[in-house]
Design a protein around this ligand. Structure first.
Ligand SMILES: [Zn+2]
Length: 335
C-alpha cells in the first residue's frame, strides 16, 4: 500500500471546493508518455495552476500502470525543480471499469479514481460506485462517478449515442454512493470526431462545421439539485482547426474533425463544473508538430529533434487552456 501523500500528490477535495467557489475549473490532462507529462508539468508550474494527471485504460495498456504511477511521483519532484515549492498534482484513474481496477490504482498510490458505471443499469452503477467509495475513503482517495452516457470513442470507452444525465437522479446517486464529484453528460463527447457533419451547421463565413451547443439547461437543473457539488465534464477538447489544417497540409487526413467551442467550456468552467477533461487536443498538437517537422526536415531521424517541438506545442496548448479557458492560473493554495 503506497500512501499518495508521502509521494507529494494531493486528492481533489480541497481544489474542487475552491474551484466551485472561485468559478473556474481544474484541467485534467491525460498522459501516456514522458513528453506529454513534461509539457503538462511545465505548463502547470508556469501558470501556478493545480493539475490532474489522468491515466486511462489505453494509457495503462500502452505505457504500463506502474511506470505511469512512478512518472507521476517524478512529476512532483520535477515541478519542485522547476521552482514550484508546493505543487498540487492529482494522479487520477480515468474511466476505472471495475472495483478491482480502482483498488489496484489506489493501492499503488493514485490519489483519485473514477469508477465509470454509467453503462450499467442505475442500481448496479450505484452499487459498484458505493463499493469503490467505501474502499477509497479509507485512504482519503477521492472518487468520481458518472451518470449519463457520452457518445464517441475514448480509448476503450465508446458509445454510439449520448444520453443526457437525468437531473432527477443526481441527488439519489450522490447520497447513496458518497462520491466526491460527478461526471455528467450534457453534449460533450469523446475523441476528435465529436459530432457527425449532419449534427452540425456550417458557418457561412468560414465553411467550418459548427457543433450543436451544450445542454446548459441540463447543467443548471443539476446545479439546482446539488448546489456547490463538484461536476466534471469529459470529452472537452476543442479540436483546434489550425492543428487539423497543419496535420492535413503535411500528409495527414483528418476529415471533419470537430470539438467543443472554447467559449462554451469557458461558460461551463464558471459554473459548478470544476474538472474539465482534455485529451484529443494534446494528441492533435503533438501530431501536427511532428508532421510539420518531419515534412520540413526529411533528413532528421533523432526522435528528440521532432519530439522537442511536439512537447513545446503541447505546452503552449496546455497554457492556453489553463489561462484562457479554465481560469485555473494562479490558483495554487500556496504560491
Ligand atoms: Zn472520459
Amino acid at each position: 500500500m503506497v500512501d499518495y501523500k508521502k509521494i507529494g500528490l494531493v486528492n481533489t477535495r480541497a481544489m474542487f471546493a475552491k474551484a466551485v467557489d472561485g468559478g473556474y475549473a481544474i484541467p485534467a490532462f491525460n498522459f501516456n508518455n514522458m513528453e506529454q507529462m513534461q509539457a503538462i508539468i511545465m505548463a502547470a508550474v508556469e501558470t501556478k495552476s493545480p493539475v490532474i494527471l489522468q491515466v486511462s485504460k489505453g494509457a495503462r495498456d500502452y505505457a504500463n500502470q506502474t511506470l505511469l504511477r512512478y512518472m507521476a511521483e517524478g512529476a512532483v519532484e520535477y515541478a519542485k525543480e522547476l521552482g514550484c515549492a508546493h505543487p498540487e498534482i492529482v494522479l487520477h484513474l480515468d474511466h476505472g471499469d471495475s472495483f478491482e481496477t480502482c483498488k489496484s490504482c489506489i493501492d499503488m498510490g493514485f490519489s483519485s479514481v473514477m469508477i465509470d458505471g454509467s453503462a450499467l443499469p442505475y442500481d448496479e452503477n450505484v452499487a459498484v460506485t458505493k463499493k469503490v467509495v467505501e474502499y477509497a475513503h479509507q485512504f482519503d482517495v477521492t472518487v468520481e462517478g458518472e451518470l449519463g452516457v457520452l457518445a464517441g470513442v475514448e480509448d476503450e470507452v465508446s458509445a454510439a449515442e449520448s444520453h443526457y444525465t437525468k437531473p432527477e437522479e443526481v441527488i439519489d446517486f450522490v447520497t447513496k454512493t458518497g462520491v466526491d464529484s460527478l461526471a455528467i453528460s450534457i453534449g460533450t463527447s469523446h475523441g476528435a470526431y465529436k459530432f457527425t457533419p449532419e449534427q452540425c451547421t456550417v458557418d457561412p463565413a468560414t465553411g467550418r462545421l459548427v457543433p450543436p451547443p451544450l445542454a446548459f439547461d441540463v447543467l443548471s437543473a443539476i446545479e439546482k439539485k446539488l448546489p456547490g457539488f463538484p461536476i466534471v465534464l469529459h470529452g472537452s477538447s476543442s479540436v483546434p482547426q489550425d492543428e487539423v489544417d497543419t496535420i492535413n497540409a503535411n500528409g495527414g487526413c483528418l476529415k471533419a474533425a470537430v470539438g467543443i467551442p472554447e467559449e462554451q467550456l469557458r461558460k461551463a468552467a464558471k459554473s459548478a463544473v470544476c474538472k474539465i477533461n482534455i485529451d484529443s487536443d494534446s494528441r492533435l498538437a503533438m501530431t501536427a508538430a511532428i508532421r510539420k517537422h518531419m515534412a520540413e526536415h526529411p533528413d532528421h531521424f533523432d526522435p528528440r529533434q521532432y519530439l522537442k517541438p511536439a512537447r513545446e506545442s503541447m505546452k503552449k496548448m496546455y497554457i492556453h487552456k489553463i489561462v484562457n479557458v479554465l481560469g485555473s492560473n494562479g490558483k495554487l493554495a500556496i504560491q
